[in-house]
Write a protein that binds this ligand. Structure first.
Ligand code: NAD
Ligand code: UGA
Length: 468
């Protein structure tokens, strides 16, 4: 396989494809990077002159786009052209959980991977290195190889190698994670192709941080890393419930556990349950794979991580109803934060979706404020139209969105903090208390507020892992 990479194509201009390719284009100005997608709305966003309209919000992304777009970074719908010109193709398409058919609810839906492999098989010319950037079930590279090899049989000029190069970025810190990765993992069996990809990363990553393995270890490592991270969250969330029952404080417990260097302090923040597009789907995929290989005990072990997560989210919505005297019918509840974590506009699998739906179902009127998630996104998550903010109080089981936290809080019986946005840490509690209808409740599911300060103004406060 040739070593010189001049043209890169990335299929999928999503949360991974966009930022990842922006960083590669920035670090490798001599390489032409084309990100292709079929979603015209997304492409319009990526090509927008107004950088606030980029489809992905990440700190520092706008600067990268400004620097590289139109120079050596392009967003396009022309798959044929850019696949045919590419020496290296990243597949960065979505791989959600299957919603129907064999493995529904657990296995990854590989239809977008299959479609991408077929587009590559059809349009690629000459020697092409194909890279799995998406998170995939173990041995997917074999499927991709078989689709690609079938086209090589028909056209001897087409030659393919497949590598696995999973992405470990976290949303909210994507650019920093990409520029300073803990490690870069490359799985494969073709030395020249591995070297070609390594050469790109070496532009900004120390060689000792580049790990190479076989394909299957690389694919499995990505699923396992997410499962381990999610497992820590379910572990600390399970302990948060014990804290609330016993008078222990989850923050103290997290600190006491985390200062053991063998455990470490990261990922020990109790919360309303992990969200995001990947943890749940990747664990369910692991469960599916374990079952497939007859490893029932392994499957049920990992399934529990998801079960505890669902339980934690449900626990939060139930106790809100309980604290508000068992009924929230026509009461106004302010939801502060809707994204699945701070510093992102992504709401996929956010605990806020489940909590909001439960509260609406109980007849509560909810008023949502999030600094980055769009109202159209909330509407599509809740599968229900919003009502005008001024009509909310006349409603029962309706929702509206507010332009600021304070607007959302006005006239509310309860405030529920679901995302740890910085601005919620420093709310003016005196003002909040004066705007709410007593008896007023604050539910801090992220444990971020200054409890002593808030309590001074007569607010009832429930905090995760502490209770009230
Ligand atoms: P996404 O849904 O934001 O983006 C995927 C894009 O691929 C979409 O814009 C879609 O239109 C496009 N697409 C799908 N099929 C296509 C085709 N045949 N041709 C052209 N475009 C096509 O998904 P994402 O969050 O970027 O995740 C992509 C993959 O990366 C997933 O496997 C995910 O598990 C993994 N991953 C995600 C993250 C994250 O933080 N979001 C982090 C690490 C890994
Ligand atoms: C996660 C992993 O951290 C990335 O390494 C991985 O690449 C990515 O999934 C992926 O494969 O998609 P991400 O989902 O973007 O990244 O964000 P995280 O910071 O991991 O947070 C996930 C969820 O866990 C959020 O809802 C967050 O609020 C929650 N969380 C996180 C906690 O409740 N407590 C914590 O201590 C940490």
């Amino acid at each position: 396989m040739k070593l010189e990479v001049k043209n890169i194509c990335c299929i999928g201009a999503g949360y991974v494809g966009g930022p990842t390719m922006a960083v590669i284009a920035d670090k490798c100005p001599e390489i032409n990077v084309n990100v292709v997608d079929k979603n015209e709305k997304r492409l319009k966003g990526w090509n927008s002159l107004d950088l606030s309209l980029l489809p992905v919000y990440e700190h520092g992304l706008d600067k990268l786009i400004l620097r590289c777009r139109g120079r050596n970074l392009h967003f396009s719908n022309d798959l044929e052209k850019h696949i045919s010109e590419a020496d290296m193709i990243f597949i960065s398409v979505n791989t959600p959980t299957k919603s129907k058919g064999i493995g529904a609810g657990q296995a990854s839906d590989l239809k977008w991977i299959d479609a991408s492999a077929r587009e590559i098989a059809k349009y690629a010319r000459g020697e092409t290195i194909v890279i799995e950037k998406s998170t995939l079930p173990v041995r997917t590279a074999q499927t991709i190889k078989e689709i690609l090899d079938s086209s090589s049989l028909l056209n001897q000029n087409k030659k393919f190698t497949v590598l696995s190069n999973p992405e470990f970025l976290s949303e909210g810190s994507a650019i920093n994670d990409l520029e300073n990765p803990d490690r870069v993992l490359i799985g494969g069996d073709d030395e020249d192709s591995i070297n070609a990809l390594t050469k790109i990363y070496l532009k900004w990553v120390n060689p000792e941080k580049i790990l190479t393995t076989n394909l299957w270890s690389s694919e499995l490592s990505k699923l396992s890393a997410n499962a381990f991270l999610a497992q820590r969250i379910s572990s600390i969330n399970s302990i948060s419930a014990i804290c609330e029952a016993t008078g222990a404080d989850i923050k103290d417990v997290s600190k006491a556990i985390g200062t053991d260097s063998r455990i470490g302090e990261d990922f020990l923040n109790a919360g309303p349950g992990f969200g995001g597009s990947c943890f749940k789907k990747d664990i369910l995929n692991l469960v599916y794979i374990a079952n497939h290989y007859g490893l029932k005990e392994v499957a049920s072990y990992w399934q529990k991580v998801v079960d505890i997560n669902n339980w934690q989210t449900k626990r939060v919505s139930s106790l809100i109803v309980e604290k508000l005297f068992g009924t929230i019918s026509s009461k106004k509840i302010a939801i502060l934060g809707y994204a699945f974590k701070a510093n992102t506009n992504d709401s996929r699998e956010s605990a806020a979706i489940s909590v909001s739906k439960e509260l609406l179902n109980e007849g509560g009127n909810i008023c949502i404020y999030d600094p980055k998630v769009s109202i159209s996104q909330i509407k599509s998550d809740l599968v229900e139209d919003p009502i005008h903010l001024s009509n909310l109080e006349k409603s029962e089981g309706g929702w509206a969105s507010a332009p600021t936290a304070i607007e959302a809080i006005k006239g509310s019986d309860a405030v529920v903090i679901l995302t740890e946005w910085e601005e919620f840490r420093s709310l003016n509690w005196s003002k909040v208390a004066s705007l709410m209808r007593p008896p007023s409740w604050i539910f801090d599911t992220r444990s971020i507020i200054d409890l002593e300060d808030a309590k001074k103004y007569g607010l009832n406060i429930w905090s995760i892992g502490l209770g009230n």
